[in-house]
Design a protein around this ligand. Structure first.
Ligand code: IPE
Ligand code: IPE
Ligand code: MG
Ligand code: MG
Length: 329
């Protein structure tokens, strides 16, 4: 078994964070594939397609870089990073079913090709395999973090479902995106510290880095739903609004008095020129304002790293955080 990080065998300056972890990510992907087979040809092919169809691998990259920063053993980092990405994959299988999305990473979603029951159970199977991988590092705090993260994801998704067609307060919006997305980023970063030689202050710093970056990541995702195309994103666009998920751009739109909340709800529910609403929100600069707000979360993430050791991996974590603001997919 390899005990050193595969990517650390090649070094050169001016590398990006992605160059720095690419070889590690390949091993992590192989680990995910190995545990995702159920021995049923059509299901296995469907799951393998999702796993290999080009996720950005941001979460396992964070765990890998964090693992290096705190000198964690590679086999533990490999298992836990694979666990986090598999947990992410499982949430996407369920999320796409709930959202009725037809594509993900440019390929048809599982529920669009398989019966709903089988899709739900396949997601559950991936959750369970992710738990096995989390346990493989033999660290009780990591297992407990895994369980707590899943609790938060469920709560976030339920809160989102329950607050459809209402304009949330900033506190409720943050609670929603923390649960949906930031809790897993928090776990990705904190688990690395737990596997390594970090002290409690450093564990907290990594957790905060992950949490703030995760909030930024979801805010950018909510902006991209207004800005991008389905082809670039590999998933549907404009769908949050149509489904009554009123995110930050819509919250600003209502707050600035451009539309009354009751009128917004009526128009979206009646499907009356939603395209016009999307256009108006973009034109009036509310998506831009949303991206500015994401930048503030990224600043918080980078500031949190002041309490972490400085090193090459820290620089890559900072680079990754800023780059998440530039992403187009
Ligand atoms: C999609 O996550 C779900 C959100 C939390 C917005 P990613 O944008 O990381 O998806 P992949 O893994 O790169 O496809
Ligand atoms: C995803 O939120 C959060 C998950 C827990 C999967 P979204 O519904 O915004 O993610 P996309 O836009 O479908 O990737
Ligand atoms: Mg979705
Ligand atoms: Mg989205």
């Amino acid at each position: 078994m390899t005990t050193t990080f595969p990517s650390s065998r090649t070094t050169s300056s001016s590398r990006t964070w992605l160059d720095a972890v690419q070889a590690d990510l390949r091993q992590i992907e192989n680990k995910m594939l190995a545990v995702s087979r159920m021995g049923q040809a059509n299901l296995d092919a469907g799951v393998a397609t999702i796993i290999t169809s080009g996720g950005k691998r941001i979460r396992p990259a964070i765990t890998t870089l964090g693992g290096r920063l705190f000198s964690a053993a590679w086999p533990d980092v490999e298992s836990v990073a694979a666990s986090i990405e598999l947990l992410h994959t499982a949430t996407l299988v369920h999320d796409d079913l709930i959202d009725g999305a037809d594509s993900r990473r440019g390929v048809p979603t599982l529920h669009s090709r398989l019966p709903l029951g089988i899709t739900v159970l396949t997601g559950d199977f991936l959750f369970a395999q992710a738990a096995h991988l989390a346990a493989a590092a033999n660290n009780v705090r990591v297992v407990s973090l895994f369980a707590e993260t899943l609790v938060q994801i469920c709560k976030g998704e339920i809160l989102q479902a329950q607050t459809r067609f209402t304009v949330p307060s900033l506190a409720v919006y943050e609670e929603r995106i923390y649960g949906k997305t930031a809790a897993l980023f928090e776990a990705a970063a904190a688990a690395a510290a737990l596997l390594g030689d970090a002290d409690e202050v450093q564990i907290k710093a990594m957790a905060r880095y992950g949490r703030e970056l995760g909030l930024a990541f979801q805010v950018v995702d909510d902006a991209l739903d207004f800005l991008s195309t389905a082809q670039k994103l590999g998933k549907p666009v404009g769908s949050d609004m149509r489904q009554g998920h009123f995110n930050l751009p819509v919250m600003y739109y209502v707050q600035d008095g451009c539309i009354d909340e009751a009128e917004l709800k009526r128009r979206v529910e009646a499907e009356e020129d939603v395209e016009g609403l999307l256009h108006d929100i973009r034109e009036r600069g509310f998506v831009q304002r949303t991206l500015e707000s994401a930048a503030r979360y990224v600043e918080n993430a980078v500031t949190a790293l002041l309490d972490a050791p400085s090193g090459e991996a820290t620089e890559y974590l900072i680079q990754l955080a800023y780059q998440s603001l530039e992403r187009k997919a």
